[in-house]
Structure formats: structure tokens, C-alpha cells
Design a protein around this ligand. Structure first.
Ligand code: ADP
Ligand code: MG
Length: 244
């Protein structure tokens, strides 16, 4: 359903991603693991065009896109299908939960306000935040803000959600409740999840497969249980040492 081939990205003289290739099936839940600075965030940002890759292709629902040549229209179309969820929620502080969800629909997609409100209410209901729709981010806990951010992602009816350390700022109990929500979104709505995490627990609890990145290269991938019980790469061994 999503196939990426040979994604490259440099920042100035620094090569950050070297020919990353990966296949993702519809409905997969994949953890992206790797040391800090290995290129995990850059990879996900390239898939959502938050960052422009220097080369590589992405085949998505039978359409192949050359990442560095994508037109604005293509980028807008792909962005709708690949929603990004950030560690720090990225909500507008001066907008209510409802307005945070409708903003992209009204401004980005030129949707009539009534229709946007209807979709936003449905999305907020899905994440259990219906009764907080008039609250501002400062009136919400971290977990509640992340729920609103997930509702905003869902409002676009994405095929894939790209979650970058989405639970890293949350306590254990809240992390578990957000993971339950993500699992439900995956199972009920069939949304594919690509989850960057430094938490082995998160990977173990929710991800069927893991991809291990080191210095911009995929060094290992496989079923979570296989990689965790029998890591092959030095990087995976080192990451998993923490678990023993
Ligand atoms: P990770 O998410 O695995 O911690 P990142 O993708 O954030 O890693 O970063 C990979 C490398 O790219 C790091 O060396 C980082 O300093 C560099 N990098 C990331 N974004 C930028 C940027 N906008 N400008 C320059 N260097 C960047
Ligand atoms: Mg990162």
C-alpha cells in the first residue's frame, strides 16, 4: 500500500538519510526505532512533505511519486492521506479544541464551516474529547491535547498516521490510554500507523513490526517479537540492552 524506495536527504553537507526503502502494508502498525539523531523524524517528515527529500520515490495506492519533483497539488493530496502527530501536539494556543480540528478543513480544504464542524465533532467524539470541544489547549492536560491533535489528524480521514514520539511527553498511564486509542483507530478505521518511539514498551504493546534505523540506514526490520527476542544488528542489540 505504501512503498518507499531510495529516499535520500541531506542538510547541507550532512547526509541524513541514505537510500531508505521500505514496504508498508495496509493496516500495519510499525515502530521506527533507532538512536537519537539517526534520521527517524527526517524520514517521517519526508513522507509528509514537511521536509523535501533529495531523491527517492513513494508509491502510494498505486501512484508513484518522485519525492523531490512532487507538485504542490500532489503534495496537498498526499498530505491528506498521511497525517502527522507530533510529540508536542502542535495545537494553536488561541483556538479551541474544535477550532484546532476545523482549521485545516476550512482553511486548507476550503470546506464549508457547517460540514467542517460536523466532521470535527465526530473526530472529537472518537477520541473521547467531545465534552471539551470549547476548551483551549491551556485548559487541557497533555494527554487531552494529544487526543485533540489525533482528532485533527483523523478529520482528514488519513490512510496512514505518522506518529513522532507522540507519547514521549506523557506519563505511563496517559501513554497507555493514547496507545489504546491508536490501536482502536488502527483496528476500527484500518488506519496504518508508523510510530517513532524510543520506548520499547510502546513498540511491544502496539507494533506488529519494527524497523531499526542507524545513521540514516535501515539496519534491521522484522516482526517485533522476532527482533526483540533475537536482534541481529549491533544497534538493535544495544537498544534492547535497556530492556534486560
Ligand atoms: P531522530 O529523529 O532519529 O533523532 P532526526 O531525523 O531528527 O533524528 O535528525 C537526524 C539528523 O539530521 C541529526 O543529525 C540532525 O541534527 C539533523 N537534522 C534534522 N533536521 C535538521 C535541519 N532542519 N537542519 C539541519 N540538520 C537537521
Ligand atoms: Mg526525532
Amino acid at each position: 500500500m505504501l512503498e518507499i524506495k531510495n529516499i535520500k536527504k541531506s542538510f547541507g553537507q550532512t547526509d541524513v538519510l541514505h537510500d531508505i526503502s521500505l514496504s508498508v502494508n495496509k493496516g500495519d502498525v510499525i515502530a521506527v526505532l533507532g538512536p537519537s539523531g539517526s534520521g527517524k523524524t527526517t524520514l517521517l517528515r519526508c513522507l509528509n512533505f514537511l521536509e523535501k527529500a533529495d531523491g527517492g520515490t513513494m508509491t502510494f495506492d498505486d501512484e508513484t511519486i518522485e519525492l523531490h519533483k512532487a507538485s504542490k497539488r500532489t503534495i496537498a493530496r498526499i498530505r491528506k492521506k498521511t497525517a502527522f502527530v507530533f510529540q508536542n501536539y502542535n495545537l494553536f494556543a488561541n483556538k479551541t479544541a474544535l477550532q484546532n480540528v476545523t482549521e485545516g478543513l476550512i482553511v486548507g480544504r476550503k470546506m464549508p464551516k457547517d460540514e467542517a464542524n460536523k466532521i470535527a465533532h465526530e473526530a472529537l467524539k472518537k477520541v473521547g474529547m467531545e465534552d471539551r470541544s470549547d476548551y483551549y489547549p491551556s485548559q487541557l492536560s497533555g494527554g487531552q491535547q494529544q487526543r485533540v491533535a489525533i482528532a485533527r489528524a483523523l478529520a482528514n480521514r488519513p490512510s496512514i498516521m505518522l506518529c513522532d514520539e507522540a507519547t514521549s511527553a506523557l506519563d505511563t498511564m496517559t501513554t497507555h490510554s493514547i496507545l489504546e486509542l491508536l490501536k482502536c483507530i488502527n483496528q476500527e478505521l484500518g488506519v496504518t500507523l508508523i510510530i517513532i518511539t524510543h520506548s520499547l514498551t510502546v513498540a511491544e504493546l502496539i507494533c506488529d513490526n519494527v524497523v531499526v534505523i542507524d545513521e540514516g540506514v535501515i539496519v534491521e526490520q522484522g516482526k517485533t517479537e522476532d527482533v526483540f527476542s533475537n536482534p541481529q544488528s549491533e544497534v538493535a542489540k544495544k537498544l534492547l540492552e535497556k530492556r534486560l
